[in-house]
Design a protein around this ligand. Structure first.
Ligand code: SAM
Length: 189
């Protein structure tokens, strides 16, 4: 079994968007308790690499080789550890299921969600190899369109998905962005 029902959401997203290949390096942000890590580890296989980050401790896996970092993704320190874990080769896929603690105040929860999603976007731009893919959860609201446009600019393809497995919390959507575009290096002429 999986550690979280959210595992099925990632399974669906992978089936629709073909995110993972055998041997891929995957970064999972907001990874506790580890349902997405289990799916990613299954999909990339033993030749792949999976690194998960969360504020919360993530229990070790018996059957999967997954590296975990405990930390706050809004802090540079955590991003430093993540950068070290990934190394020069870069990541093939960055996925983020990060969510703020809900206050029940809709606009505040939305704003915090977009803030976390933007942190994930920064990490994706920094760590993804050219052509890499990015999936991020974000709560719907007034700032979603601007965020979506910013992500769209950097990838070849972007879709907004509301997986059936998340129908119960109707305000969340996943942006699925494929193919990071890496600008050609300026030659100065
Ligand atoms: N995808 C996970 C799974 O399948 O098990 C479930 C993730 S849960 C919906 C959201 C997670 O985001 C929480 O575990 C929370 O601690 C984490 N989170 C929220 N803010 C964070 C931050 N600033 N840095 C790291 N993790 C964060």
């Amino acid at each position: 079994g999986y550690r979280a029902r959210s595992a099925y959401k990632l399974k669906q997203l992978d089936e629709e968007a073909d995110l993972f290949d055998s041997g891929d390096t995957v970064v999972d942000l907001g990874a506790a308790p580890g349902g997405w890590l289990q799916i990613a580890a299954e999909e990339v296989g033993e030749s792949g690499t999976v690194v998960g980050v969360d504020l919360q401790r993530i229990d070790d896996f018996d059957d999967h080789d997954v590296e975990t970092i405990r930390g706050d993704m809004t802090q540079e320190r955590t991003r430093h550890y993540l950068r070290e874990a990934i190394g020069e080769r870069g990541a093939d896929v960055v996925i983020s299921d990060m969510a703020p603690n809900m206050t029940g105040e809709y606009s505040l929860d939305h704003a915090r969600s977009v803030h976390l999603a933007r942190q994930a976007f920064d990490v994706a731009e920094e760590l993804l190899a050219p052509g890499g893919d990015f999936v991020v959860k974000v709560f719907q609201g007034e700032d979603l369109d601007a965020f979506r446009e910013d992500v769209r600019d950097e990838f070849q393809y972007l879709r907004t998905v509301s997986p059936p497995a998340s129908r119960d919390s109707s305000s969340e959507v996943y942006l699925v962005a494929k193919g990071l575009i890496t600008a050609p290096v300026e030659t100065g002429d």
